[in-house]
Design a protein around this ligand. Structure first.
Ligand SMILES: *Cc1c(COP(=O)(O)O)cnc(C)c1O
Length: 231
């Protein structure tokens, strides 16, 4: 067995354990393989081993691997920072854009989706730690942003995504996940039109277990599946 499929098996087991501690099972958690910097063959191995989706970070890299058939057999998500002028390359290829952090970006996605005759599923990215260096909407603006985006006819908000601040302290790490879960619940409870809070995407290789314990139902794992990236 390859190390990639072995890694995926181990991660699936840990996901299942964490999910069960919260009254769910592994089947309730979407495992997104963060494929950046990994060549098509390695991505194909992960797809064959049974991940739920591939998540790519850079548009150029996505297009190259897409042409190469790297993602065939798995849904494709975009999870990286997205500039409005690159949106046109993604719409029609990806099933979910997880990293929508502004109304302007959402408006461009909506426009492209309408051209394609589709409705593009998106997640709204929240900057839960309020960090200068990170993209994502501030928590204070989350409700109004989500509502404004939901008015756009070409997009459908399916949930929230975050990349919390790095922390070695597990309690601090969890505090960000807990805040996100609360926001996810609050927005869902408002029953805004055209918004369904189905996916809470948080947790990466180092913290997906805690993210699930705090309510994540979608995790994005890169190094845990593929090993360290060589920049
Ligand atoms: C790279 C990346 C991940 C995965 O990170 P790992 O620590 O390698 O698991 C998850 N989410 C996003 C947005 C990423 O860019």
């Amino acid at each position: 067995m390859s190390s990639i499929s072995e890694n995926i098996q181990n991660i699936r087991r840990e996901i299942d354990e964490a999910a069960r501690l919260t009254g769910r099972t592994g089947a309730d958690i979407t495992l997104v393989a963060a494929t950046k910097m990994n060549e098509s063959d390695r991505v194909r191995e992960a797809v064959a081993a049974g991940i739920d989706a591939c998540g790519e970070n850079r548009v150029q890299e996505l297009l190259e691997k897409y042409e190469d058939g790297a993602y065939t057999g798995a849904p494709l998500h975009f999870i990286g920072t997205l500039q409005t002028n690159k949106v046109k390359y993604l719409v029609g290829k990806v099933s979910l854009i997880q990293s929508v952090n502004s109304e302007k970006l959402a408006a461009e996605i909506s426009k492209c989706a309408i051209k394609h005759g589709i409705v593009q599923d998106i997640l709204v990215e929240i900057n839960i730690g309020g960090e200068e260096s990170k993209s994502g909407a501030d928590i204070e603006n989350a409700h109004s942003l989500v509502q404004n985006i939901a008015k756009l006819p070409g997009v459908r908000v399916r949930g929230l995504m975050t990349i919390p601040p790095f922390s070695k302290d597990e309690e601090e790490q969890k505090s960000f996940f807990i805040k996100m879960k609360q926001l996810f619940i609050d927005i869902g409870a408002k029953k805004y039109d055209n918004i369904s809070m189905e996916f809470l995407s948080m947790g990466m290789s180092g913290d997906y277990r805690n993210a699930i314990l705090c309510g994540a139902n979608m995790v994005r794992v890169g190094t845990g599946i593929f090993g360290a990236r060589h920049y």
